[in-house]
Structure formats: structure tokens, C-alpha cells
Design a protein around this ligand. Structure first.
Ligand SMILES: [Fe+2]
Length: 271
């Protein structure tokens, strides 16, 4: 038994009284899966999980995604990434969904807090189903059947990575094409599936038109009505539907440190 307390009008709910360590033995309860699809962002409080238990919780939702980038991982647990940021290693601040440049972006991700700043370091989420629903019918018709290009090297340009390194990266990880409006494979609902971090162009449109349309769509993450905000506490674990929301890690805690562990659940090809 657990309690569901919504934290946003469209997305986000706290799950109170659930023990994630039980998932390895008894699986994910049907009503928890339903809450995940409905709220898209689940915040579990007071979870005292080992790395192995975090991994087991992720595996109870589905196969974990293969590591595609050379991320730092927990020793002995190659599927569990360490996200650690401080003054010398600041995070990238931008709205995005994870790995949309990959042909099969993740279904979702689970993040567990390990070391938190005294204040700040929240994570914002924006509901891309609500953003789509808020568009005019004319705009929905316009976007229907459009396909966008998602390129991993976009943030690298921003970070000042050398052209040679970017070229080499592109040889290894080519961009992917995904529908601008995807249908959620489990709920059947339509979602905007573009993001300012990786989406570079809408195919078959003139460059200027593509850029203006994307620039407009990128602004929708900034609409407060589509957002929820997660405040991290010791023992907080947050899981999000990477198909349906974008996220933004607020970088307002320097020079303090924030360290999280993350597992990523494999997803399918957007359609
Ligand atoms: Fe991310």
C-alpha cells in the first residue's frame, strides 16, 4: 500500500510509503505502473537503497539500457552511472530528454540522491503531452507527420569541444530521425518529441522555417503550467518517463557538490 500525492497539475507525484527494495521480490505493483504512466514523474521519499537494490528496482521495470557513452559508473555495477557535479565539474544546464539522438531513446531513468547540497540542485520536469495538448488544432495539423533530426553533438558545440573531436564522435554515433509528434507506446497519447539539446532540424522544411518552428516548440518547456519541480532530500529517488517529459537539472548549488546514481531503462523506437 502506498499513497500518491500529486506535485504538479499535469505531471509529477510523490509516492509515500512504498519500499522500492521489495520490487526485486514482488515486481512492480500494477497501480504503481499506472501512476507512472499517468504522472510521468514519480518521487519516492525515504528510500534507503544500496546500489544493487537501485539496479534491481530498475530491472523490475524492464531491461536496463546498454551503456552507450563512456560514463562514470559505480565500481562493480556497470549499469549504474554516477552523476557528480561541483564547481570544477558543473552540469550542463538545458532542457532535454535523455539520449534522443539514439535510435531507441530510453523508456525512463531512475535517479537516487547520494550527496546533496545544503540548498538547490532541484530537478524540473516539463510534460510534453500537456505541451502538445495546449497547441492549436492548426499547429497540431502542421506538425503531424513531420520528422526531426536529433544529434548528440549539439551540446558538444556549446561546450567548445574541438571540431575534430566532434567529427570523430559523429562517425561513432550518427544522428537519428524521430517523429516530431510521437504516440506514447503504452498510453496511446500524443506527445511532442523534440528538445533544445539534441533536435537540430525538422526534415523537408527550409532551414529558417525549421529553426523558427523548433524555437517556438522549445519554449514550451518554460510554461509553468506544464512543469513540476522535485526537491531532493536524503533518500529521495525520482523516476521519469523519458518518452513523455523533458528535464532540467538546476545548477544553483556551486561550490557545493551533488552526487546521484542513475539507472536507465531501455526504450523503443519512437513512432
Ligand atoms: Fe538528463
Amino acid at each position: 500500500m502506498f499513497e500518491v500525492r500529486p506535485i504538479g497539475r499535469n505531471c509529477g507525484a510523490e509516492i509515500i510509503g512504498y519500499r522500492a527494495e521489495d520490487a526485486a521480490r514482488s515486481g512492480i505493483p500494477t497501480d504503481l505502473r499506472a501512476a507512472f504512466l499517468h504522472y510521468k514523474v514519480l518521487v519516492f521519499r525515504d528510500q534507503d537503497l544500496s546500489t544493487a537494490q537501485l539496479k534491481a528496482f530498475g530491472q523490475a521495470w524492464g531491461p536496463l539500457a546498454q551503456q552507450v557513452l563512456p560514463e562514470r559508473t559505480v565500481p562493480g555495477h556497470p549499469e549504474v552511472q554516477i552523476l557528480e557535479h561541483d564547481e570544477r565539474h558543473p552540469p550542463d544546464y538545458y532542457w532535454h530528454a535523455d539520449l534522443t539522438w539514439h535510435p531507441t531513446p530510453p523508456l525512463g531513468a531512475i535517479l537516487l540522491s547520494r550527496e546533496l547540497p545544503s540548498v538547490g540542485g532541484d530537478t524540473l520536469f516539463a510534460d510534453m503531452e500537456a505541451a502538445y495538448a495546449g497547441l492549436s488544432d492548426r499547429m497540431k495539423t502542421y506538425l503531424q507527420d513531420l520528422v526531426a533530426i536529433h544529434d548528440r553533438t549539439m551540446p558538444l558545440h556549446r561546450r567548445g569541444v574541438s571540431p575534430q573531436a566532434i567529427y570523430e564522435f559523429q562517425q561513432k554515433f550518427s544522428p537519428s530521425e524521430h517523429p516530431v509528434v510521437r504516440t506514447h507506446p503504452e498510453t496511446g497519447r500524443k506527445l511532442l518529441f523534440i528538445n533544445g539539446a539534441y533536435t537540430t532540424k525538422i526534415k523537408d522544411l527550409p532551414m529558417a522555417e525549421s529553426q523558427h518552428v523548433l524555437d517556438f516548440l522549445f519554449t514550451l518547456t518554460d510554461v509553468p503550467e506544464y512543469q513540476c519541480r522535485v526537491r531532493w532530500l536524503p533518500g529521495t529517488m525520482t523516476m521519469w518517463d523519458n518518452r513523455a517529459v523533458q528535464h532540467y537539472a538546476v545548477g544553483d548549488y556551486m561550490p557545493e557538490r551533488r552526487r546521484m546514481e542513475r539507472v536507465v531503462i531501455a526504450g523503443d523506437r519512437p513512432a
